[in-house]
Ligand binder design. Structure first.
Ligand SMILES: C[S@@+](CC[C@H](N)C(=O)[O-])C[C@H]1O[C@@H](n2cnc3c(N)ncnc32)[C@H](O)[C@@H]1O
Length: 194
C-alpha cells in the first residue's frame, strides 16, 4: 500500500505489461559455431525477444535472421556488438546473466517480471569473469551444465510465456497449428505503404 499526500491509501499499481527482452550473446565464434549461435538467435526471436546483440559481430548470421524475418515476420534484429561491456553498461534495466553458477532462476524471476526491459546474457565456450560482477543477477536454469539455447528458452518462458499462434506483422507465411502434418498459410506480397 502507498500513502498519498492527502493521507488516503491506494494500492501500488502493478504493471501488467510483459518485460521487453534483449539478448546479448558473448563469445560467439564466427565460423566455428554458427549453428549454435543461430539457434540462440532463432530462440530469442521465436520466444518474443526484440533483438540479439552479438559479440563479436557476424554479418552472415544477421543476414540469416533477416531472411527468417522476411518470411515469418516480426521486427527482431541482430545488432553487432564489438564491445559487450558497453552494451551491458548502457542498458537501462536489469541485466540477467544466465550461468549454472547463479541463483536459481525461479527464485529471481519475480524480481524481473515488473521491469520495463531486461537484458539476458548468455556465454559461449568461455565466459569473461567480469560478466559475473557486472550483471544485476546471475541466474541458473538448474545447476548442471547444458546449453545457452536451453537456458535462454527457459528464461523467456518464465518472463513472457510461449507466443500464441498467429500471423506476425509483415509475415509472408504463417504456420497453422495442426494435429498432424504441416499446414502453412501463404500471404501475398505486402506493398510498402506510401
Ligand atoms: C556451454 S556453456 C559454457 C559454460 C562456461 N564454460 C562457463 O564458464 O560457464 C555456454 C552457456 O550456456 C549457458 N548455460 C549452460 N548451462 C546453464 C545453466 N544450468 N543455467 C544457466 N545457463 C546455462 C550459459 O549462458 C553459458 O555461458
Amino acid at each position: 500500500m502507498v500513502t498519498g499526500s492527502s493521507g488516503s491509501t491506494r494500492r501500488r499499481r502493478r504493471s501488467t505489461a510483459l518485460p521487453a527482452v534483449s539478448v546479448l550473446r558473448v563469445g560467439h565464434r564466427a565460423g566455428r559455431d554458427p549453428r549454435l549461435t543461430t539457434h540462440v538467435a532463432l530462440t530469442a526471436r521465436a520466444l518474443g525477444a526484440e533483438r540479439l546483440y552479438l559479440h563479436p559481430p557476424d554479418s552472415g548470421l544477421a543476414e540469416r535472421l533477416a531472411s527468417v524475418g522476411r518470411r515469418f515476420g516480426g521486427r527482431f534484429e541482430v545488432v553487432g556488438a564489438p564491445d559487450w561491456k558497453a552494451v551491458v553498461r548502457a542498458f537501462d534495466g536489469p541485466v540477467v546473466h544466465l550461468t549454472m553458477y547463479g541463483e536459481p532462476l525461479d527464485a529471481v524471476v519475480g524480481r524481473l517480471r515488473n521491469a520495463r526491459q531486461v537484458l539476458a546474457v548468455v556465454g559461449g565456450a568461455k565466459v569473461p569473469p567480469d560478466l559475473y560482477r557486472m550483471a544485476t543477477v546471475n541466474a541458473a536454469a538448474g545447476h548442471q551444465p547444458h546449453s545457452e539455447v536451453a537456458a535462454l528458452a527457459l528464461l523467456l518462458d518464465r518472463l513472457r510465456g510461449i507466443p500464441p499462434p498467429g500471423r506476425w506483422p509483415g509475415a509472408r507465411q504463417e504456420i497453422v497449428p495442426s494435429a498432424r502434418g504441416k499446414t502453412v498459410r501463404n500471404f501475398g506480397r505486402e506493398e510498402p505503404r506510401p
